[in-house]
Write a protein that binds this ligand. Structure first.
Ligand SMILES: [Zn+2]
Ligand SMILES: [Zn+2]
Ligand SMILES: [Zn+2]
Length: 316
């Protein structure tokens, strides 16, 4: 068994924290190499663990693996997503959905970077890199470092502590920024803040027709946001807003909610308690509950009510 890949992976991680060091200005070039090297580190380290299980698992198609091809390095190797899947399904590793997602996003960032240049702000990259670094350090501690003998472990100790202190610097940057935002832009806005899908921070403040992330500067439209939160129930796949009719009504809990869910329209910002809404007796769409006390046997939405009125008129 050959361990240079582990050393190689750690070497990439040292480069990542050096590029993201907040003492120096984090420019586009630093961000670029941080992302490229973090992706390279993830790939090398995940595959080191697969190698330990069996060398054929690093082939993109293990069914076509031969030892000749492996030793000649003459094969296409599996990608990070496949590696995560194999580590879970074959090696039985418990990789959380959040960590798997962070690794996937990193892969996307790397590809986007190579084709279009940077697509996210420095803040977003730093926050995302922090999540992946945290995962890779845990992965090294539990899965890879125990494979090394004492001498090998000593030889990487210095690099490991550089990476650990680098992660602390990144975490400190993220915490400082979040604390400042909580005291300013996000102050008192706890019932209108959501987690941002780009940077992962609870800094996505809703505004008319969408939301804006104060942490990483990402703007998201109502049309992009709603599907992520919408409940896709059979029969009424799209929740139309009773107030503005846009298909952007979703049910979720804001930061402050502590489990209290609201129906919220990402277009017109209408809010309803779940008890306030019920399914229209005609078409099943969500509509403010009309109650039985006024003699109305069931709730009808505007469209269905108009339809019935027109039918009645026509039959007269
Ligand atoms: Zn963000
Ligand atoms: Zn609306
Ligand atoms: Zn209806």
């Amino acid at each position: 068994m050959d361990f240079p890949p582990i050393r190689n992976g750690i070497d990439y991680l040292v480069s990542v924290v050096e590029h993201l060091d907040s003492d120096t200005c984090t420019g586009p070039r630093e961000i670029k190499y941080a992302v490229l090297h973090l992706q390279a580190a993830a790939e090398v380290l995940l595959k080191s663990r697969l190698l330990r299980e069996h060398w054929s698992l690093v082939f993109s198609d293990p069914a076509k693996a031969t030892s000749e091809k492996f030793w000649a390095s003459d094969f296409t190797s599996c990608g990070t997503d496949a590696a995560v899947e194999r580590l879970r399904n074959i090696c039985g590793l418990n990789i959380t959905r959040k960590d798997a997602e962070a690794l996937k996003n990193l892969g996307k960032d790397r590809n986007a970077l190579q084709h279009y240049g940077l697509t996210h702000s420095a803040e977003a990259v730093e926050s995302r890199a922090g999540t992946v670094l945290d995962f890779l350090l845990r992965f090294l501690d539990t899965q890879l470092l125990p494979l090394l003998d004492t001498q090998e472990r000593e030889s990487i100790e210095e690099d490991m502590s550089r990476v650990r202190s680098g992660l602390n610097t990144i975490d400190a940057f993220v915490n400082e920024r979040m604390n400042r935002l909580r005291g300013n832009e996000l102050k008192g806005a706890t019932d209108s803040v959501l987690p941002c899908s780009v940077c992962g921070q609870w800094a996505l403040a809703v505004i008319p027709n969408g939301a804006h992330c104060h942490f990483c500067g990402t703007d998201v439209s109502a049309e992009e946001l709603a599907p992520a939160f919408q409940e896709f129930e059979p029969g009424h796949p799209v929740n139309e807003c009773p107030q503005c009719c846009a298909p952007t009504l979703a049910c979720f809990a804001f930061m402050d909610g502590a489990g209290e869910e609201v129906y919220y329209c990402f277009t017109c910002q209408a809010r309803y308690n779940p008890q306030e809404l019920t399914n229209c007796g005609g078409c099943g769409c969500l509509w403010p509950h009309e109650g039985d006390d006024d003699g109305t046997p069931q709730t009808l939405c505007g469209d269905c009510r108009r339809g019935i009125e027109e039918e009645e008129l026509a039959s007269r």
